[in-house]
Design a protein around this ligand. Structure first.
Ligand code: FCB
Length: 465
């Protein structure tokens, strides 16, 4: 990998938010306390064979009980902002009707705790913990779930909308729709590509219905956003037809969300590609106007890139409906412990593309890496993670220099946590969690973060070794 992302003197612009991110089911634990009811992830993780080692979020980081000391850690890091998520089944058990005061009170204390420590709260309303009762009624394949979501969003914002600075409607609806309902490797574990397209549309609709509710219920003029895991898809260099493979993957990976949300339409080529499995009959007149709400910012989660080509006979990917005949090629390393390739130029490219096409402010709402950390004499030396974060933050700076209106960068994650189907086997935190004792150990990368936050500049990596 070239060294050009290691330039010294890389500074953060004024007002740039440097933060960390987490999600409710991955850290909170306390799954049956104070009125919370099960989400799809409780049910999925308890089903045999669904997660590595049978791990569940029952306890996770026990953040529900340790939130004050976790916020102290965040303050010690000098974070400007914290992106957390609200568990729908804590706030509205069962996903409909009555609001649970104890659930609201937890998030209210959390938000106040951030403000007391000088940290701006950024809340994600949906980071995958759908109330199981709604899944039993069809989950995201059921149109009514979109209305249920807007109602829940309204209740959450009525309670917290005087203090939360940024509201993100959905986290990575691509994962909800396609890992959840097509590939079946995320909750609820269904394998029905046609249904997954309906799920994608109902997620778009949920976003569109929630945005005006957030604006109505908030009293502090918040930033309203959606977070997408946009795929940086590149053509295989040695193949004809790479462009066509990229077009198809871009349609089902990116434009199925970007186009309705930001342009008010589904792309015709997506509809053509999917015609054999769906006529998109779930799109009702008026839906696209509802989905196409003005938003203040697009959140981008970025980890790696992918490379594709046309290959007759290739089965395609179960996570990308109607991609038979497309082959995913291994990306050159270096790789993280997830097997994801490290390529900061992909982030720069993504930010520039998003800026040029949509012209709205952006934030990197997740970026980070899992590596096999080890505790040595009470410390965790994680130079590979520092290197990863350093290069990606430098890529952000380069995007800004190319005119991108980038408002912030959130490291995934503050804490090691429950990494979905990988359970606790993958550690993304800049703070280590000992799951047996719940002890927290800030890793060297936490010290790196604190230095960036304090100096507003990237330190010389050589000095951190
Ligand atoms: C993203 C998720 C987040 C975390 C990271 C590694 O897809 O939004 O919860 O699992 O990946």
């Amino acid at each position: 990998m070239s060294d050009d992302y290691r330039d010294l003197g890389v500074t953060l612009p004024d007002g740039f938010l440097l933060g960390t991110a987490t999600a409710s089911y991955q850290i909170e634990g306390a799954v049956s306390e104070d009125g919370r009811t099960p989400s799809v992830w409780d049910v999925f993780s308890h089903a045999p064979g669904r997660t590595e080692n049978g791990d569940t979020g029952d306890v996770a980081d026990d953040h529900y009980h340790r939130w004050e000391s976790d916020l102290d850690l965040l303050r010690d890091l000098g974070a400007d902002a914290y992106r957390f998520s609200i568990a729908w089944p804590r706030v509205q058990p069962g996903g409909a009707g009555r609001v649970n005061d104890a659930g609201i009170a937890f998030y209210s204390r959390l938000v106040d705790g951030m403000l007391e420590r000088g940290i701006r709260p950024w809340a994600t309303l949906y980071h995958w913990d759908l109330p199981q009762e709604l899944e039993d009624a069809g989950g995201w394949t059921n149109r009514d779930t979109a209305s249920r979501f807007a109602e829940y969003a309204a209740r959450a914002v009525e309670a917290l909308g005087d203090r939360v600075a940024g509201w993100i409607t959905l986290n990575e609806p691509w994962c909800s729709a396609f890992l959840g309902y097509a590939a079946g490797i995320h909750a609820p574990g269904r394998r029905d590509p046609a249904a997954s397209l309906a799920a994608a549309h109902h997620l778009n609709l949920a976003h569109g219905l929630a945005v005006p509710e957030i604006r109505r219920a908030a009293s502090n003029d918040p930033t309203v956003a959606i977070t997408l895991n946009l795929h940086v898809v590149r053509p295989a260099e040695d193949e004809d037809g790479g462009g066509e493979a990229v077009r198809r993957v871009d349609a089902i990976g990116n434009r199925i969300f970007l186009d309705p949300v930001l342009h008010g339409r589904y792309p015709q080529d997506l509809l053509d590609d999917q015609r054999a499995i769906s006529d998109f009959g779930f799109v009702r007149p008026g839906d696209l106007e509802l989905i196409h709400q003005p938003i203040d910012l697009l959140g981008v989660n970025y980890y790696s890139t992918s490379r594709v080509r046309l290959a007759p006979g290739a089965p395609g990917s179960p996570a990308f409906p109607s991609t038979a005949g497309i082959e995913w090629l291994p990306e050159p390393g270096p790789l993280t412990e997830m097997g994801w390739n490290i390529d900061p130029s992909g982030l720069e490219e993504l930010l520039v593309r998003s800026h040029e096409e949509f012209g709205i402010p952006l934030a990197v709402t997740e970026n980070g890496a899992a590596f096999p950390d080890r505790v040595t004499d009470g410390a965790v030396h994680d130079p590979a993670r520092i290197d990863y974060l350093h290069r990606h933050l430098a890529a952000c700076r380069r995007a800004i220099d190319r005119g991108v209106d980038l408002r912030g960068y959130f490291v995934w994650s503050l804490l090691d946590n429950f990494e979905w189907s990988f359970g606790f086997s993958k550690r993304f935190g800049i703070v280590r969690v000992d799951y047996a004792t719940q002890e927290r150990i800030p890793k060297d990368s936490a010290r790196w973060f604190a230095e960036v936050a304090a100096t507003r500049a990237l330190p010389d990596p050589a000095e951190l070794r």
